[in-house]
Design a protein around this ligand. Sequence first.
Ligand SMILES: [Zn+2]
Length: 304
Amino acid sequence: VKFEVTILGCGSATPTITRKPTAQVVNVREHYFLFDCGEGTQVELRRNNIKFQRINQKFIRHLHGDHFSGLLGVISSIHLLGRTTPLQVFGPPGLEDIVLLQLKLSHSYLSYALEFVALEFDGSQIIYENEQLSISRLPLKHSVPCNGFLLREKPKQKNILKEKLTAYQIPIAAISSIKDGGDFTTEDGRTIPNKELTKERAKSYSYAFCSDTAYTEHLIPLLKDVDVLYHESTFLEAMRDRAKATKHSTAKDAAEIASKAGVKQLVLGHYSARYKTTEEFLEEALPIFENTILGHEGKVIRLY
Ligand SMILES: [Zn+2]
């Protein structure tokens, strides 16, 4: 059982030999989600031993090529691999038109259903939910409409203490409500409080993915107490003017947001191709937010 993020690419705009355009896979207890799908994403999935068919939901943040150019490749490959399970693609309005036109003009037919969910860009809202977690979109501030995403686990079920099962002769029918936090009433009418029957509820974790964006304090309340925040840092402070003009952040900006929101850990990424190394990003962020790490291709961040 795990919750982990694999960075497939964390370069911005143009790729370099070592840095790939944006894509990440998040695995929460064997549910796989792909966030962004830059060019070459399928190669990076292979490199990281992540099976294409495991991913049932893909999320695209905005229609700049470095965030979605790999989508058609993955869509075609999973067809060739014989997929029959539907694939959901969440993204900006227009993404569906782009993909369907390419498929149509290349006379491609898919072995599975492709379901598009067009996302709005105003405020934050839950866009996907299953029994274990929810995914919300976050309003970012970029040169084109752009969403960030926040993945939050729902409260986990509690584990019942084995000795209590026999001591109070708890029937199977009552177990689910006790796991959800309910008390138990015995046959002779005694109420046994939940805390006497169960272990502490395991912590629920959260992960936020904010790129591309300029520094925006709108994010602060939305990111409150998030466990891991991936925040873009396209530039260093020396290029602050360029960051401002292109609506991107510096490493310092990312650290300010992390600090003000009180997240537990910050991951930097989306580095401009002009930087050959990334140590300076860390040097600029650390004085403001201590628990900062550098994202890089192939990096796996384990929340548990
Ligand atoms: Zn970008």
